[in-house]
Ligand binder design. Structure first.
Ligand SMILES: Nc1nc2c(ncn2[C@@H]2O[C@H](COP(=O)(O)OP(=O)(O)OP(=O)(O)OP(=O)(O)OC[C@H]3O[C@@H](n4cnc5c(=O)[nH]c(N)nc54)[C@H](O)[C@@H]3O)[C@@H](O)[C@H]2O)c(=O)[nH]1
Length: 165
């Protein structure tokens, strides 16, 4: 009986926790070797889901039990885009948290920013996505749709340009 109560308390605690996902905003420079000077000098990677409303987001996914956030972001990027940590550099100082509701439950998504080292690196999708695009900031904002994700992409862009200026 006591075990049953403990299990129910655990399930209830889990029900009340926000869903948590982590990912990487991956970008690449169109002209390698020089700092990005305007917003058309970089392209962001967005993936389109093969399920649901076929929305576009950077690679990201749910945090597994016991997994730390950055490990999730790296794992999901490899699973969903076929990009591993030797193929990009995480940009120091950028971390953005989004909070929105999915099916009336709160969800937190944390994004870091990462630069692809080689412009020509191939993206390999999993079954979870049906398409991908490398997009300029204005295009990426159109594809992203959600204001919070658009703001995140704009902040990432501003962050990169403030560093290069
Ligand atoms: N068949 C099927 N299967 C699904 C479905 N759904 C999930 N699966 C399965 O779950 C697995 C995914 O596992 P992971 O990859 O680990 O998780 P995530 O990467 O977290 O992926 P999710 O898609 O679960 O989560 P979101 O991207 O957050 O989308 C959820 C909703 O939130 C909205 N929304 C999205 N982005 C933003 C934003 O930036 N801002 C705002 N404001 N709103 C936003 C939008 O309305 C969207 O509909 C898949 O393998 C499927 O098996 C579904 O509808 N049908």
């Amino acid at each position: 009986m006591e075990t049953q109560l403990l299990r129910e308390a655990e399930v209830s605690r889990f029900d009340n926790m926000a869903l948590r996902a982590c990912g990487l905003i991956i970008f690449r420079k169109i002209k390698s070797g020089i700092p990005a000077c305007n917003m058309n000098d970089i392209e962001f990677l967005l993936l389109q889901t093969s399920y649901g409303i076929h929305h576009w987001t950077p690679p990201k996914g749910h945090v597994d039990p016991g997994e730390d956030d950055l490990t999730t972001a790296l794992r999901e990027t490899e699973e969903e885009a076929g990009l591993n940590s030797s193929q990009f550099n995480i940009v120091d100082g950028f971390r953005k948290e989004l909070n929105y509701n999915v099916n009336e439950k709160p969800k937190t998504v944390i994004y870091w920013l990462a630069e692809l080292k080689d412009f020509n690196t191939e993206v390999k999708l999993s079954d979870e996505h049906q398409d991908f695009r490398w997009l300029s900031l204005p295009e990426a904002c159109k594809y992203a749709g959600y204001k919070d994700l658009q703001d995140t992409l704009k902040e990432a862009n501003e962050f990169l340009h403030s560093r290069s200026g």
